[in-house]
Design a protein around this ligand. Structure first.
Ligand SMILES: [Zn+2]
Length: 290
């Protein structure tokens, strides 16, 4: 097959929920040709956790889903853990700003400990709000983000960043922030990137592109590291809010079928970039039969 029979097919950012389609969505991903999922945690309850034990339970739910996806569908799963940045805003009213920040930082420390134990591969999503927010709350969220970068540095793992769309000045500021925290820019990934900027304008920050067909077409010839993702939400109340989990394998298959001369470029998001940023190289053989 163009691109090689051993090409892994990797979605760099998705969510699965025990209350949603869950394992069955991963099975559809596998049947479509997917081999590896970066599975990011999320709040599984309507309200974010108000205690560290609540975050511990949330992370264990993600890790349990990861284990079940692996066993039941053959997909290799890389868990990504962190308290969601906006949680801090939600729990600020019951806990107060200081209490909310303290809980958030302890939850980041817990996620870091799980990475250190090799149960997760990165911190995510970390970052700041993608919408205007009370400045007092935002100040705490920014402090928490700097704490997250420090944890990623100490643990030696990447940080997957949530936030508004970045322009070149935004990428530059994020790269500077990573440097100040002692984390290499290459380990700070801008998740949900929708616009392509030339490499020089990204200041070393790898983008994880939303896998829309026009975006994939636009970025395919770019040098790595960069990733493709769906940000699949697995939320039955919001069908179609983001791309379906079969999107990345379907895009890959389309390129292999219709543009075989560029199919080798798919090694950049699916293997080379993962190796450069995460220090591990996915291989199609790791995924077992669905
Ligand atoms: Zn997400």
């Amino acid at each position: 097959m163009p691109g090689g029979d051993d090409l892994p097919v990797v979605d760099h950012h998705c969510h699965l929920s025990p209350n949603g389609e869950g394992i069955r969505a991963a099975a559809r991903f596998r049947l479509a040709g997917g081999t590896h999922l970066f599975l990011c945690t999320q709040n599984y309850d309507p309200e974010p956790p108000r205690t560290l034990a609540g975050y511990a339970a949330q992370f264990e739910t993600t890790l349990d889903l990861a284990r079940r996806v692996r066993v039941e569908t053959g997909v290799v799963v890389y868990p990504v853990l962190a308290p969601y940045p906006i949680d801090l805003a939600t729990v600020a009213s019951p806990l107060g700003l200081t209490g909310a920040l303290d809980l958030h930082c302890r939850a980041l420390d817990l996620a870091g400990a799980l990475v250190r134990e090799h149960r997760a591969v990165a911190l995510g999503e970390v970052g700041w709000a993608h919408f205007p927010i009370d400045p007092e709350v935002d100040a705490r969220i920014q402090t928490a983000f700097d704490h997250a970068l420090g944890v990623a540095r100490d643990v030696g793992c990447p940080a997957v960043v949530h936030g508004p769309d970045l322009d070149p000045a935004g990428f530059s500021a994020l790269a500077e922030r990573a440097r100040l925290a002692g984390l290499p820019e290459r380990r700070v990934i801008k998740h949900y990137t929708r616009a392509r900027w030339p490499e020089a304008d990204r200041h070393g920050i790898p983008p994880s592109y939303l896998a829309r067909s026009d975006t994939v077409r636009a970025v395919l010839m770019d040098p790595g590291p960069w990733f493709l993702e769906t940000d699949f939400l697995d939320d039955p109340r919001r069908p179609g809010a983001v791309l379906d989990l079969t999107t990345v394998p379907r895009r890959a298959q389309r390129i292999r079928d219709h543009r075989p001369e560029v199919a080798d470029r798919l090694w950049i998001p699916f293997a080379e970039s993962v190796e450069k940023v995460y220090g591990r190289r996915p291989s199609a053989q790791e995924a077992t039969a669905p």
